[in-house]
Design a protein around this ligand. Structure first.
Ligand code: MN
Length: 312
């Protein structure tokens, strides 16, 4: 089915509503201000000014409105200079990428790259994708299956045995993250084949130059149309979606590791983590604890101190 997304000014939106007044249909989806269905197209207008045309006549119908002050969201290509972001980035076809687990003593680092095509943006938003920092773990788990069925994504889980090995070789977390982001993005690009995202947006953890320096020994490095921005999950739903999928992969692995450890492993790197680590150290030994954790964290030493106190 052909879809078109355009953005209209307020005035054009009023004209559009008047034009389709006899074709109005009721839609209760969030953010929808107007919906209509003609013989050959469904038209959905959102509070943001975005209008989605679906169906066989979508392109033709959209073309009536896309001229003049309307801006075609799917065709727009802006030139990126420095840190500036393209206009209307949130309406373009974007691969977003984000990671989680980097601050947790227990559990893996997970990275997800996720492609959301321009015409999928309203649907992905409707599935409940928002800035994941505002979402709870159970909520993210509940929306992840539908989300994964809609978008093209790659999620990588770096087990701590591997993490500890490369960390001991002197790799920083920045380098580890950069390699995982690059790999996840490559996987998604391979899956897309003929489709070309407008941009790749990485939730920034390092400056562009630093990021590419981490990747300098890689054989395949994704450089084209790559943008970096902090708080990128608020800039495009693709990053928010990537963040959710990465988080759910982290939670799933935490469940698996909790099963192995015979107790719920706490997240983060606080006091509770030290106590749980100490008790695992006493009951299952250091090699096992090491396999569950990012061993260079200060928690490892704190756990050893706690354990030796308990031993008396
Ligand atoms: Mn991030």
């Amino acid at each position: 089915m052909a879809n078109s997304v355009i953005i209209l000014s307020n005035e054009k939106l009023i004209a559009l509503k008047a034009h389709y007044a006899s074709d109005v249909v009721k839609r209760n989806a969030p953010g929808v201000v107007f919906a209509a269905k003609t013989a050959n197209a469904s038209i959905t207008a959102y509070r943001s000014g975005k209008v989605l045309f679906q169906g066989g006549g979508a392109e033709m119908e959209a073309a009536k409105w896309a001229s003049g002050d309307g801006v075609s969201a799917t065709k727009k290509k802006a030139v990126v200079k420095g840190a500036a972001l393209p206009d209307r980035l949130e309406t373009l076809s974007v691969i977003g990428s984000d990671e989680t687990g980097t601050g947790d003593f227990f559990g893996p680092v997970t990275v997800c790259a996720c492609y959301v095509r321009a015409d999928q943006i309203p649907l992905v938003a409707e599935l409940g994708v928002k800035d994941s920092k505002l979402l709870t773990d159970p909520y993210m788990r509940s929306i992840a299956p539908d989300l994964k069925s809609v978008v093209t994504y790659s999620v990588l889980t770096l087990q701590n045995e591997k993490y500890n090995t490369v960390q001991a070789k002197g790799w920083s977390q920045g380098k580890i993250k950069a390699l995982l982001h690059n790999q996840a993005i490559r996987h998604v690009l391979n899956k897309l084949e003929d489709e070309h995202p407008d941009y790749i947006l990485i939730d920034q953890f390092a400056e562009r130059g630093v990021y590419y320096n981490y990747l300098k020994d890689e054989r395949e490095i994704v450089r084209e149309n790559v943008l970096f921005a902090t708080k990128a999950e608020g800039l495009h739903v693709a990053v928010a979606a990537a963040s959710i999928i990465a988080r759910v992969a982290f939670l799933d692995e935490m469940d698996r590791l909790s099963g192995l450890a015979g107790r719920t492993l706490p997240k983060g790197a606080g006091k509770k983590v030290d106590e749980t680590a100490a008790s695992i150290l006493l009951s299952k030994g250091e090699p096992f604890l090491r396999s569950l954790t990012k061993w260079h964290f200060a928690n490892a030493k704190k756990a050893a101190v706690l354990a030796s106190k308990k031993r008396g």
